[in-house]
Design a protein around this ligand. Sequence first.
Ligand code: SAM
Ligand code: DTB
Ligand code: SF4
Length: 336
Amino acid sequence: MSDIVERTVTLHRPARRPAALPQRWPVETVEAMFDLPFAELLHRAQTVHRENFDPRLVELATLLSVKTGGCPEDCGYCPQSAHYDTGVDATKLMEPGEVLQAAHRAREAGATRFCMGAAWRAPKDRDIEKVADLVRTVKSLGLETCATLGMLEDGHAQILRDAGLDYYNHNLDSAPEFYGDIISTREYQDRLDTLERVRGAGLKVCCGGIVGMGESRRHRAGLIAQLANLQPYPESVPINHLVRVAGTPLAEQDPLDPFEFVRTIAVARITMPRARVRLSAGRQQMGDAVQALCFQAGANSIFYGDKLLTTGNPDTGADLSLLHRLGLRAGQPEPK
Ligand code: SAM
Ligand code: DTB
Ligand code: SF4
C-alpha cells in the first residue's frame, strides 16, 4: 500500500482528539500530493474512494436562498455582498409555505438533501427561531436538512439541531494566509469558532472552500490541510469553483486550469476519505468531461437544481443524463 493510502486508511478516526496532538496532514504533505502526476493522483483518490464508499452513488443536494442579498460582509467572490453592485436585490426571509413548495419540488426531482442559505453575517435570535420553523417544515418531507446562515452565537446551533437540522454549512473558503486578500470584515478564527459551536451542538459539519480566486497551489493545499485537520474532519466538504460575477472584485479573475480543480477534489478525497466531497459551485462553466474527472477523483455529491443561491447551475435533466452516461446513480453515499 502506498504511503498516502496507508495514512488515509489508518489515520482517520471520527472521534475528537485533544488539540495538542500534531496535525495529521502537514501542508507540505498535502502540497506534495497536489504535485503528483495527474494519473497517479487520480488513481490514489479513486482507490481511497472505493475503499470507503460505493463509487457509483452521487448525492443530489438542492439549494434554496431563503434570504438573499444585502449582506454586510465584503467577501470578494460574493454576489450577495452589499459592498458590490451586482444587481442582486435584497429580500426578506421566506415564509414556511414557500420553502415547503420548493423542498417538495426538490424531493420530487430526486434530491435527498435540502440546504437553505441566508445572506447574513450572523443571524439574530429571532432569525434563528424563524429558520428553526423552516427546518421543521423541510424535515417533515423526509429530506436531509442543511442550513448556512453565517456565524452562530452560543445556543443557536442547539436550537437548529432541536428543530431537526442535520448539517450546518460554514466554509473556511481559503487557506488562512490568503483569507485577508478576499475578506476584510471577519477573521478566519471567527469561522473556526462557529465550526466549534456547530460540532459542540452535535450537528454534522459541512465545510469546504472556493478555488480559482487567484490563490496559489500552496494556498489550495493550505485550505485542504485546514479542513482535513479539523478534529474530526467535516462529514461534508463542498469544493466550489469561483463563479465570476460582474460587480464583484473577482469578476475578472483569470480562470483556473481545470485539472487543478480536479486535483483539489482528489486531494480532498484522499485526506478526508469518509466525507461526502461535493462538486459545488461552478459546474455550469465546467463541462461534462471535467465533471467526469471530478467523479473519478472521488466527488460523490453535487448541487442539483437550476439555481445555486443567485447564480445558475446545470438543469436537472442534464445532470440526470450525465449521471446516466457515466453509469452513476443518485443516492445517499454512506461510508462503509
Ligand atoms: N452567508 C453565509 C456564509 O458566508 O457562511 C452563507 C451563504 S454563503 C453564499 C455560502 C458559500 O457560498 C460561501 O462560503 C462560498 O464558499 C460560496 N460562494 C459564494 N459566492 C460564490 C461564488 N461566486 N463562487 C463560488 N462560491 C461562492
Ligand atoms: C457552498 O459551499 N456553496 C453553496 C452552498 N455552500 C451554500 C453556495 C454557492 C453559491 C454560488 C454563488 C451564488 O449562487 O450566489
Ligand atoms: Fe455574506 Fe456569505 Fe456572501 Fe460573505 S459569502 S457576502 S457572508 S452571503
